[in-house]
Design a protein around this ligand. Structure first.
Ligand code: PBG
Length: 333
């Protein structure tokens, strides 16, 4: 073999689009995409969210229209977050069967039936006045309160039953409390909801990329979630979390964020044989949108490349605010 004439020519398989399609190893499909949705109690007009073009806090009416678009685009599901009018330290509104989240789930289920997977976020942070994902324990000697893991589990169990009753197909256990999957599974089973599944946020990091989301849910958080969400410097810890959630009865494993954690997605797919999901979070979207808005990158190819990367790393399910638009782009290709 001379240097001027290689006998191996990988470029042959890149000659034209048809060949490239023929040998493509992955192909994201619309049904693999989940759209996160925010519903705000008492809102009269949809309210845009800074940094996330096209993402809004929905009213009941605008939610209905968005669901029609989602159905038309053929996406796989929606993940619903509710923002209540009233918040308190216990997050009581989370247990209200007529609260903003339960009501939205009921409306969405009535609209879509089984044509799409309806996922409800199972966490207290939208409902607590302190913004933490659980209830707080008694203050320590310095007056600091920690999130009380086990007291929170008891509330998650009751919230799970309320959301299942409202019609959720699946619950997104996103609070990063120890034992949350087991406690949720036990509560659902005891109430007769054996077929309501659990999307377990097994590996969820204390990330700086949640910024715009905190505005979207009008988060009251003062401080951080480092005592329950994971340290970005770790990956072996994720293997432990993923195995625990699988053992507790998780149906799907979630890795969050996505783009800065592709190695964790890969690790998850090699650690368990459950389906793997990953969430391209608000800050990850905002970076691409901001760069595109400044003309620094080409927006649509960048979105498709981000989705392909998450899929290639091992996530068969992708949560993304771009779900509808991406489904439309994929259909055009
Ligand atoms: C908490 C929750 C978070 C997100 C969704 N649910 C993170 C947090 O506030 O710590 C972030 C989603 C995003 O940034 O898009 N239950």
């Amino acid at each position: 073999m001379s240097i001027s004439s290689p006998n191996q020519r990988p470029r042959r398989l890149r000659t034209n689009q048809a060949i490239r399609n023929l040998v493509s190893e992955t192909q994201v499909r619309a049904e693999q995409l989940i759209l996160p949705l925010f519903v705000r109690e008492g809102l009269t007009e949809p309210k845009p969210i800074k940094g996330l073009p096209g993402v809004v806090q929905h009213t009941e009416g605008s939610l209905r229209i968005e669901m029609e678009r989602a159905l038309a685009a053929g996406i796989g599901g929606v993940m619903v977050f509710g923002i209540p009018n009233k918040r308190d330290p216990q997050g009581s509104e989370a247990l209200n069967p007529n609260g903003v989240l339960s009501k939205a789930i009921r409306d969405i289920r009535a609209q879509v039936g089984d044509r799409m997977v309806v996922i409800a976020d199972l966490c207290l942070d939208e409902f607590t006045s302190h913004g933490h994902c659980g209830v707080l324990g008694s203050p320590d000697a310095h007056g600091n309160c920690e999130v009380d893991n086990d007291a929170t589990l008891e509330i998650y169990g009751r919230m799970a039953v309320v959301l299942a009753e409202a019609g959720a197909h699946m619950l997104g256990a996103s609070g990063m409390m120890d034992g949350q999957v087991g406690a949720t599974r036990a509560a659902l089973d005891a109430a007769g909801y054996k077929d309501v599944s659990i999307l377990a946020y097994a590996a969820k990091y204390a990330s700086a990329f949640y910024g715009p989301f905190r505005e979207a849910v009008e988060s009251e958080l003062d401080g951080d979630r480092k005592s329950y969400q994971q340290d970005p410097r770790n990956s072996r810890e994720s293997a432990r979390e993923i195995k625990l959630d699988a053992a507790e009865g998780a149906d799907i494993i979630m890795v969050k964020p996505a783009l800065a954690y592709l190695d964790i997605i890969k690790l998850a797919s090699e650690t368990v044989d459950l389906p793997i999901a990953s969430y391209i979070v608000s800050g990850e979207m905002a970076m691409i949108e901001a760069a595109a808005a400044q003309g620094l990158i080409n927006r649509e190819p960048a979105i498709l490349e981000a989705l392909a990367s998450v899929n290639r790393a091992g996530a068969g399910i992708i949560c993304t605010y771009w779900a509808i638009e991406a489904a439309e782009l994929l259909a055009k290709r």
